[in-house]
Design a protein around this ligand. Sequence first.
Ligand code: NAD
Length: 493
Amino acid sequence: MTLSNKLSDPRLFRQYAYVDGKWTHGDGNREEAVFDPATGETLGHIPWLEPHQITAAVDAAEAAFVHWRALRADERCERLLAWYDLLQVHREDLALIMTLEQGKPLPDARGEVEYGASFVRWFAEEGKRTFGETIPSHIPNAALGTLKEPVGIAALITPWNFPLAMITRKAAAAMAAGCTVIVKPAGETPFSALALAELAERAGIPAGVFNVVLGDPPEVSRILCDEDRVKALSFTGSTRVGRLLLEQSANTVKRVSLELGGNAPFIVGPDMDPREAAFAAVAAKFQTAGQDCLAADRILVHESIHDEFVEHFAERMAALTVGNGLESEVDLGPLIHRQAVEKAAAIVDDAISKGATLVAGDQSQAPGENFFMPVLLTGVTHDMKIWHEESFAPVAGITAYADDDQVIEMANDTEYGLAAYLYTHDIRRIWKVLRALEFGMVSVNSVKMTGPPVPFGGVKHSGLGREGGVTGIDEYLETKYYCLGALGSVSGS
Ligand code: NAD
């Protein structure tokens, strides 16, 4: 049975790029197979576009920009809301596509569709509020102010772990601002992006406004970075690739937004109930099988409750089920591919070889070759890879600490600065630690922290700029200052 037969609406499964409102095959013979990571089955194939076809996408986005930016903000809002409605109508199909190509359990995929759609609605409305300002003039007889204008064409390069929401969080903001976009999704998960394109077309979003290009990642990215007509680049993915794209965008002096890796500390204060905190830490660690930039990578627990915390964590972790995301009651799906499993195993081996204790995690129980059973390590220290690298796998590492100053130092001991969690009810500790953490986002006593109203993003090597919130649209807007002079020099005034 092919993927399209599994969908209520088979036309949501597309095996072409989408450029200038047309489903496009590659002019060369290059293509890429897309696999179900749970079973290894081939779901379909995508073409790789040739360099001149990527340039054609830029041509299309350039032509469409003229008309799209000229629409009134409320007209763009209507189109985006129509897109939002279609995402809701087709959420089951979208979730199924996502589970098949990404592996996450179906309820999580439904959650991502909902989350992804919520950005479309948020930015549809936000586009109507891109206010400029009036500035009290210091120049005699002049009026000063600013206008907000769309930057132009935006290239959006996205990862496989959130194949739909990472696109809508960027594209909806850009399109609401009046920009046209060229999306380059991850090769592992192109079908969610292509389903978004099908629904954008049905929503009446004009040809050339939302394009999806497919191809060799370094080749496509290089063309988009070198293109002077592409004015903004927004990337979500690894810090390694983010650095590369920042460098490649220097020649054309692009507006660059980067949402990169994380290495979140999860700090548990001595006043916490160890069971409550352990259950929260399990939730913060194992979502999307640990393949999440917000995953609690370093769990730092006060020494006075460490042992009890570890017991509860292990108990809760043992209750997690691992399997195909299409099956009911599955908590963790597969990792994205075999290399991810190998990387996870290497990180665990490295930690054990340097003195960590393996409390739980028996890989012989894994239900398939891309699966990795949850692992719990204690005694994790600074010299281990797990301390510094994103494992991007269900590997939890716990470390005991003695006092607030020590845990602040431990938490900040990373090149990353995306998100941090803090569990304590002591208001003085909350304020002290919250202010000392070098992270873009700090969640206190809550696992859930994201959503359309919040400015999502990191500091240090976790990125540049913010997505979502009232500032998310600014990534796609230029501020034009105006000075209307000589107002008082007109005769008679
Ligand atoms: P990745 O950097 O390997 O790939 C991201 C995108 O870049 C994909 O579209 C890929 O095809 C493309 N790409 C890969 N190599 C490239 C190259 N050499 N030149 C140009 N483009 C290239 O990241 P990934 O493995 O897809 O995603 C996981 C990473 O994303 C993790 O580091 C995770 O923390 C991060 N992430 C961050 C956020 C955030 O909001 N900060 C959200 C999700 C994921």
